[in-house]
Design a protein around this ligand. Structure first.
Ligand SMILES: Nc1ncnc2c1ncn2[C@@H]1O[C@H](COP(=O)(O)OP(=O)(O)OP(=O)(O)O)[C@@H](O)[C@H]1O
Ligand SMILES: [Mg+2]
Length: 585
């Protein structure tokens, strides 16, 4: 077999295999070119998810008719004036995208530089297919038709137009987030689906992902060891069932990076349940020499010289912001749900609640009319007292009663606060353990009689291996035969606890965490599991004094807005909300 040089047509097609995987990747390349050309407006049109047509029009610098054939030639670029790839700040630098796309589709390039006439050039699967004058405003329009039509091997791997459209939309979003100073519009099958004007980054991110993010998002801005982190993340209570709304940008380049996923997870660790995910758009800036951008054919991955520093920046920066915001809760949504009560017949919860507004006065007519089949309200209130003078000073108000032995109802200056007592207590215990842990080992409470807890052997192995860590958290135990542990002391912040249940849960937790996590991370997870055990369970009747003590402690505790699983711990309905509830507004 003799070795031969491949014809350039074939070389381009091979390159296309890497650069252009699907319509979304071609679209990404075209938008990047528009941004590199200094566009202030990028207009995108797609048909059938980009399978039939991808068209990108910009008002950038344009190309002269002489430059246009060069743009379609491999390894021809205007973006590397000297040979330093590290110093490149444009998206492109390889001179590969257009020739690659043109080798697997019909590509028409129309362009015009200011004060000159426009020109058009068409290439069909790598072959010249005509050129001539074109009329268009200064800028460039690229049209890609029938992508992979003549490349059956590729076509086979494409998904439905819907799926390809979703991927294209994601590509548009990423670049529109990266450049909030540029206007973007997107039309799919003749329907306008996106239109954003230049704005600041948080506004752009909210416009692209979820308007609610403007209220339930946290701005991030921090610098550490010469690295900066900026962007927006959601409050823990504003979470999603999929990790699909997480975007990372490195030196303004959208990248897909496992590092981000892991770092986000770590930052929200004990604030979200395992199957819930935050929304995030994070912008990392690192010095150019800390980064290799030339490691992936589509440039969607980068390599950091010091990944641990970047991870530390993200986890540390987010954690600090979340700690600061810890007292906020996404209470508004709960209110929105509550307002629906109006539209339906009065439900028992509403009846029970309304008896709390003023247990002394007759209940509202609607409540009195309720059918006899309704369960008796489970509410309980002590003799109503005038609200003490100091009430306005307490953000969470003064306890007025308990509902269903589960919720504390408090009166605050500006309205009504309802607290989930179990979630609240769990959070308090966790934060107490954390505080204690930060200053050395957590205090332990020795058991009068050591307790034998029987578990299966692998669970005992796990607990035994983690005994040192657990001792830090105030849990002292040792192996007691092949399938039992002997518990000598439990964490003091927990109070009296069921050792068996605690050990079983910890063993399960350790099995899931494996040995992959750093010690500190593990301790925090385990502390959360322990905290859950020490909590005032729903269903326990509390005295007004106990309720007030809980409220006061919450006010000074970080993250008291949401429980370890990301649900709100308390909701606040201000007077205006309550008036709305009763149709007075
Ligand atoms: N929308 C546009 N406006 C102005 N010039 C453009 C536009 N699109 C492409 N060009 C020119 O065509 C050249 C080739 O584009 P192409 O995308 O193939 O390569 P690149 O952007 O330089 O590098 P990469 O392959 O990394 O994207 C660019 O360097 C640029 O000079
Ligand atoms: Mg390019």
């Amino acid at each position: 077999m003799s070795i031969r040089r491949l014809p350039s047509e074939l070389v381009n097609r091979i390159a296309a295999g890497e650069v252009v995987e699907r319509p979304a990747s071609a679209l990404k390349e075209l938008i990047e070119n528009s941004l590199d050309a200094g566009a202030g407006t990028v207009a995108i049109r797609l048909s059938a998810g980009g399978l039939d047509l991808i068209e990108v029009t910009d008002d950038g610098c344009g190309m002269s008719p002489d430059d246009m054939p060069l743009a379609l030639e491999r390894h021809a670029t205007s973006k590397l004036p000297d040979d330093r790839i590290e110093a490149v700040s444009s998206f492109g630098f390889r001179g590969e995208a257009l020739p690659s796309i043109a080798s697997v589709a019909r590509l028409t390039l129309e362009s015009r530089v200011p004060n000159a006439d426009g020109w058009r050039l068409t290439v069909d699967h790598g072959e010249p297919a005509g050129e001539g004058p074109a009329s268009l405003p200064p800028g460039t329009r690229v049209r890609v038709e029938g992508l992979f039509d003549k490349v059956p091997a590729r076509r086979k791997f494409l998904r439905s137009p819907r799926a390809e459209y979703a991927a294209s939309l994601d590509a548009v979003r990423r670049l529109a987030m990266a450049r909030s100073d540029v206007a973007f519009s997107l039309e799919h099958d003749g329907r306008k689906v996106l239109n954003v004007q230049p704005s600041d980054t948080p506004t752009r991110v909210a416009a692209l992902l979820d308007r609610e993010l403007e209220r339930h998002g946290l701005g991030i801005d921090c610098v550490r060891d010469g690295l900066t982190l900026a962007g927006v993340v959601s409050l823990p209570t504003f979470n999603r069932g999929m990790a699909d709304h997480q975007y990372l940008f490195v030196n303004k380049r959208p990248v897909k990076d496992r590092l981000l996923v892991g770092a986000l997870r770590a930052a929200y660790r004990d604030l979200l349940a395992r199957d819930r995910h935050p929304v995030a758009a994070l912008f990392v800036e690192v010095p150019a020499d800390e980064l290799d951008i030339n490691v992936h054919p589509a440039k969607t991955e980068v390599r950091f010289r010091d990944p641990a520093a970047v991870r530390g920046l993200i986890v540390g920066g987010l954690r600090a912001a979340l700690d600061e915001a810890g007292h906020r809760s996404a209470a508004r949504e709960q209110f929105a749900a509550a307002v629906n009560w109006q539209a339906e017949p009065v439900v028992p919860e509403a009846a029970a609640l309304s008896s709390f507004f003023d247990p002394q006065s007759p209940a509202p007519a609607a409540v009195m009319d309720r059918p006899a089949t309704y369960a008796a309200p489970m509410g309980r209130a002590e003799q109503a007292q005038p609200v003490p003078d100091q009430a306005p000073r307490y953000p969470l108000g003064v306890a007025r009663g308990q509902v269903a032995a589960t919720y504390i109802v408090a009166e605050a200056e500006d309205g009504l606060v309802i607290v989930d007592q179990h979630a609240a207590h769990e959070r308090l215990v966790l934060e107490r353990m954390r505080r204690a842990n930060a200053g050395g080992p957590v205090a332990r409470q020795a058991l009068l009689m050591p307790e034998v807890v029987e578990l299966d052997e692998p669970d005992c192995d796990r607990l035994e291996a983690a005994a040192g860590e657990l001792a830090e958290l105030g849990l002292e135990m040792e192996r007691f035969g092949p399938s039992a542990m002997l518990v000598r002391a439990t964490p003091a912040p927990l109070g009296k606890t069921d050792s068996r249940a605690l050990l079983a849960d910890l063993a399960a937790e350790l099995a899931e965490l494996g040995t992959a996590l750093a010690l500190r991370d593990r301790l925090d997870h385990v502390a959360a599991t322990i905290a859950c055990h020490g909590s005032v369970r729903a269903g326990r009747v509390l005295s007004v004094a106990e309720m007030n003590a809980l409220l006061r402690e919450m006010e000074v505790t970080p993250h008291s807005g949401q429980c370890n699983h990301g649900r709100p711990i308390w909701v606040n309905h201000d007077h205006a909300d309550i008036e709305k509830l009763f149709g007075r507004r």
